[in-house]
Design a protein around this ligand. Structure first.
Ligand code: DUC
Ligand code: ZN
Length: 456
């Protein structure tokens, strides 16, 4: 048989095996894996790795935060993702106070659908004004939102009673709660105390959000999850103390999962001491931590104390970041950093090449486990019947990260100058070649909303 597309002679890497074989694609799906397969189009991949498309389960594209909107649109963000080998992302939807959850979902999908280049899903955020709407969760789950975001920080945080109610409702529909865990009462007290004593510089951002108070919040919601009887996924784990709360729960047999992000693996809090706006650029929440935390996070990924690396991609321009400097108030700097394009290659270069974990663990962390946890049933693996979301990865291709080599729209990157060895040569989404040797062949609106239906 002649398939539509065959990737020839590559080294296939899944979370389980590394094997040399051809991969054949028919239509949107993987149709065969073996030797001597032939296709109408063939791409030679000798010396290259063939991986599943990477999955980023935590991004904020064209997301309104206060007076600003994050700098990457659904188009530019998903295009940058494709350049970096990511073929599926999960963003967020948040309902207005009086808005039915399904209406909010339809509105966010309508915004994304005409712009996305790759496939995507949405987490439904549950804020305090959504507590009276919890009966709507069954319909939201049926519409394809299998995960629900709960904040313990910011104005839309839930108190402990509301958290418990939300966890119960999510459990009842079979969804996965995903949590931003930080102790907001302590943070806001420390922020107010620092500002009142003229400690207004970005340096005091991380000093107002202690790792221990992130760990406290993680521990509290883990206990609530035990009380309620639900699995739980903790977002953007930034330090050792938080890792250990998750690891303790997992040792007790609780189905608790944790992700970290490139900013916590590659950057440290001393960056907040840079002069002027430079110190404001890496403001994110939770904040950057210490080198000891960083070492602990890399080890946690290798030891399966953490299961996923996502990006929390949430870019703001330098001008937007400058606001909190001009106003002498670190708490007015919009939080978030970009990474949607570099993540897969950064983890390869500094994870696999430095011997911190195996090729298979890399694929597991970036592709397979995110797909499994978030109900992306036909993604994250190379097997017959799966979506043909694939990366032909050149393990020797060198890139120096900078705004001129990346396609993200913030106009800066916290990884400026970072040397990468290993970059996608070809990114394929449901059988379509989106990027080949640095050229983009995709188009806005070809990506699809993926209805997610299960978790484990
Ligand atoms: N943290 C950030 O830094 N940005 C977006 C949301 C979040 O939790
Ligand atoms: Zn986020």
């Amino acid at each position: 048989m002649t398939y539509d597309l065959v990737i020839k002679n590559g080294t296939i890497v899944t979370s389980e095996v590394t094997v040399q074989a051809d991969v054949a694609i028919q239509g949107h799906r993987i149709a065969a894996i073996g030797e001597g397969l032939s296709g109408t189009r063939e791409i030679e991949a000798e010396g290259k790795l063939v991986t599943p498309g990477a999955i980023d389960v935590h991004v904020h594209l064209q997301m309104p935060i206060g007076d600003f909107v994050s700098a990457d649109s659904f188009f530019t963000g998903s295009r940058a993702a494709a350049f970096g080998g990511t073929t599926t992302f999960i963003d967020f939807v948040e309902a207005a106070p009086a808005e039915p959850l399904l209406d909010a979902l339809a509105a966010r999908q309508a915004k994304a659908d005409k712009r996305v280049v790759i496939d995507y899903g949405l987490h439904m955020t549950i804020t305090p004004t959504d507590i009276p709407k919890l009966a709507q969760l069954a319909a939201v789950y049926k519409a394809g939102c299998a995960s629900f975001k709960l904040y313990m920080a910011y104005s839309h945080r839930l108190n402990d009673g509301e958290l418990m109610q939300a966890l119960e409702a999510i459990r009842d529909v079979g969804g996965l709660p995903v949590v931003h865990a930080e102790n907001w009462d302590v943070i806001s007290t420390l922020v107010a105390r620092n500002l009142a004593t003229k400690r207004t510089a970005p340096h005091f951002h991380s000093r107002s959000r202690p790792t221990l108070m992130e760990a406290e919040a993680a521990g509290r919601v883990i206990d609530l999850a035990m009380l309620v009887g639900t699995p739980l996924y903790i977002f953007h784990v930034s330090g050792a103390a938080v890792v250990e709360r998750i690891a303790d729960a997992r040792r007790r047999g609780q189905p608790i999962y944790g992700e970290t992000c490139p900013q916590y693996l590659f950057l440290t809090e001393d960056l907040y001491d840079r002069f002027g706006v430079e110190g404001a650029l890496p403001i994110c929440a939770p904040p950057l931590r210490t080198e000891a935390d960083q070492i602990h996070l890399w080890e946690a990924l290798a030891q399966n104390k953490l299961q996923v690396v996502s990006t929390d991609h949430c870019p703001f321009t330098k001008a937007e970041k400058a606001r909190g400097i001009e106003e002498n108030n670190f708490s007015r700097i919009p939080g978030g950093v970009p990474a949607i394009e570099g993540r897969f290659s950064m983890l390869y270069t500094y994870g696999v090449r430095l011997g911190r974990f195996s090729l298979n663990r890399w694929v597991d962390i970036c592709c397979t486990t995110p797909a499994r946890l978030f109900g992306l049933e036909r993604k994250g693996n190379i097997a017959i019947g799966y979506d043909a979301d694939l990366v032909i990865f050149d393990p020797d291709h060198k890139v120096k990260l900078s705004p001129s080599t990346l396609h993200e729209m913030a106009g800066w990157t916290p990884y400026e100058g970072l040397e990468i060895t290993g970059w996608p040569a070809v990114t394929i989404s449901r059988g379509d070649v989106l990027v080949e040797n640095g050229k983009f062949y995709g188009e806005a609106g070809r990506g699809k909303f993926v209805a997610r239906v299960k978790n484990s």
